[in-house]
Design a protein around this ligand. Structure first.
Ligand code: G6P
Length: 611
């Protein structure tokens, strides 16, 4: 988390950095700051959002052709002006921004304190900066050399970007474990955590790899490894349009992204699913088909919403392919001693492709010889690059912190993978296969239909917005949908919500039920339908308020539920892609009705690049 932007070139740096920080605010918004180089080094920083920083700088002399900027998601040190980045070194000569965590900062701090260093902030960043400066002072070397020496001692993850008052023509950056993209313009360079601050200036980018250092001047980009050997930068062309990262008339990115889903799902299917020929084309699967279809076991690793997509995939893959599947939280997997055997395939799911726990979990599995297949949204991201093979979800940039369109795209990709493997393994018959690919083909239209009910869902949001708690229940394929619905509600409306398997609620959550508790049932028609009707009865008998997502034509549940949201009928394997939509809308409208900024929920960040 944390967003970083930097610029060096003939233009005014401040407006470019400010705009870039606004685009990266999804990565953190506890505080923001800039350091500008022009006849000296000026640092401005402020607690709060980028707009607060902007306001505080009105009337200031911000002229500079080189600068760095940061928007923070606090790890070490509470969010305040003091702990905001950029930090300045003890001598005031250097300024630095940092995304990541320096795990051995406490030890470095002790060493520096013994040498007489004092610290203005509580951050690990300031410790690292002074550590670098101390090395430079002691060795009488250039900053680049000092940085290289320092990084060999650093434990943790970082992208750092440095300005040196005495070398105003150079920006130095380094990366390990957090993302960094360099944009190459004509006589100018841009640096950022992702490409969104860069695309309106240039489409030529270089993704910096772990353990690489970048020395950047207006006309020059030098990449080196920590051994001081030069590396040829691999220049890539960005396939991203500016419109894709703007709000397009919506008040919130989250709303825009929910409403984009008919298109993003279509994009995800496009060029892959051919209903007339009955084929699914996925090069990443096809090129590794033996490895995948012969997998003894598939271990899915992911975090947050992506983990929920993994749970749906578990049900779908086991049903269609008869391969055992386990779904693991990346943060747990990486720290235990999991048994990985020959023939195990890791399916890593991530929107950002930068989630630190997922990256490390992949590395651990790779060390043990597992084959890694990545399902990732952000093209060129770390997970996309470290996977042996993969498939992009093609949902486009997702900026709202709570994931929506990336989730449905993940479900689509995972279902296509399962169908393709099932066909190869002959664990599905032709009729079922044909039926399911037709069902997939129809998802964008069905999602469009659900979205038409937005006003009604907004009314429901008004009705339930003052709830203190909520329970979300589902069975089978709809159980992960219930989990995802509950997660969306707590993330953006701060209402405590729990997702549970509908039958399991009898073993605990039912004790919470009274007339004040809304219970959301994901109860579209499937093989468990009668069972879930009984569960609804159980809640009604205890006076809970039932809101049910049901299929068209259901005549039973409307008689029981307080409110129903009707969605088009779909095969139970496909239903999660549709049943999720009203839950996203409900959470989003409740958050908005309560006056919250649903794009930037408190304490959260979109891309969790710290463990
Ligand atoms: C954060 C985001 C979630 C996301 C999770 C996993 O918590 O706020 O929306 O689901 O990280 O992120 P990933 O990018 O790996 O899918």
């Amino acid at each position: 988390m944390c967003g970083i932007v930097a610029y060096i070139g003939p233009r005014e740096a401040y407006p470019i950095i400010l705009k870039g920080l606004k685009r990266l605010e999804y990565r953190g918004y506890d505080s923001a700051g800039v350091a500008l180089l022009n006849h000296g080094l000026k640092i401005y920083k402020k607690k709060g959002k980028v707009a607060d920083l902007e306001e505080s700088l009105i009337g200031k002399d911000l002229q500079a052709n080189a600068g760095i900027g940061h928007t923070r998601w606090a790890t070490h040190g509470e969010p305040n002006d003091r702990n905001a980045h950029p930090h300045s070194s003890a001598s005031g000569k250097l300024a630095m921004i940092h995304n990541g965590i320096i795990e051995n900062y406490a030890q470095l701090k002790v060493e520096l304190t013994k040498k007489g260093y004092q610290f203005k902030s509580d951050t690990d960043t300031e410790v690292l900066l002074n550590f670098i400066e101390d090395i430079q002072k002691n060795n009488g070397c250039e900053l680049e050399e000092a940085l290289r020496i320092a990084l060999k001692r650093v434990v943790g993850a970082y992208v750092i970007v440095l300005l040196d008052r005495e070398h105003p023509d150079t920006i130095i950056a380094a990366r390990k474990g957090s993302p960094l993209v360099i944009g190459i313009g004509k006589g100018e360079h841009f640096l950022a955590s992702d490409a969104s601050p860069i695309i309106e200036y240039t489409k030529e980018v270089v993704y910096v790899n772990d353990y690489e250092l970048a020395i950047i001047k207006r006309d020059e980009l030098i990449l080196k490894n920590l051994g001081n050997e030069k590396i040829t930068p691999y220049i890539q062309k960005l396939d991203l349009e500016l419109t894709a990262i703007e709000k397009g008339g919506y008040d919130f990115f989250m709303l825009k992204e929910i409403f984009e889903q008919p298109d993003t799902i279509f994009d995800c299917l496009r060029g892959r699913l051919d209903v007339t020929k009955g084929t699914i084309t996925m090069a990443g699967v096809q090129n590794n088909i033996e490895q995948l279809k012969n997998a003894n076991r598939i271990i899915i690793i992911a975090c947050g919403t992506s983990w929920h997509a993994g749970l749906v995939a578990e049900y779908v893959i086991e049903e269609l392919c008869r391969i055992p599947v386990e779904v693991e939280y990346a943060s747990e997997f990486r720290y235990r001693n999991p048994v990985i055997q020959k023939g195990d395939v890791i399916l890593a799911i991530s929107q950002s492709g930068e989630t630190a726990d997922t990256i490390v979990a992949i590395e651990r599995a790779k060390e043990q010889g597992a084959f890694i297949f990545g399902v990732v949204n952000v093209v060129g991201s770390s997970i996309a690059r470290i996977s042996n093979a993969g498939a992009y979800t093609h949902a486009g940039p997702e900026i709202g912190v709570a994931s929506t369109k990336a989730f449905t795209a993940q479900l689509v990709v995972l279902t296509m993978i399962a169908l393709k493997l099932a066909m190869e393994k002959k664990t599905i018959d032709q009729d079922r296969y044909t039926h399911l690919i037709n069902e997939l083909h129809n998802v964008p239209e069905k999602v469009r239909e659900v979205l038409q009910a937005h006003q009604y869902i907004q009314e429901l949001a008004e009705k339930y917005k003052n709830a203190k708690d909520a329970l979300y229940l589902g069975r089978g394929y709809n159980f992960p949908v219930a989990l995802e619905g509950a997660l969306k509600l707590k993330e953006i409306s701060y209402i405590h919500a729990e997702g549970y398997p509908a039958a399991e609620m009898k073993h605990g959550p039912i004790a919470l039920v009274d007339e004040s508790l809304p219970v959301v049932f994901v109860a579209t028609r499937d093989s468990y339908h009668e069972k879930i009707v009984s569960n609804i009865q159980e809640i009604k008998a205890r006076k809970g308020k039932v809101i049910a997502v049901i299929s068209e034509g259901d005549e039973i549940i409307p008689k029981l539920a307080n409110d129903v949201i009707v969605v088009p009928e779909a095969d139970e394997l496909i239903a999660p892609m549709i049943g999720t939509i009203p839950l996203q809308l409900l959470a989003c409208y409740i958050g908005i009705a309560k006056g919250y900024d649903v794009d930037k929920p408190r304490n959260l960040a979109k891309s969790v690049t710290v463990e």
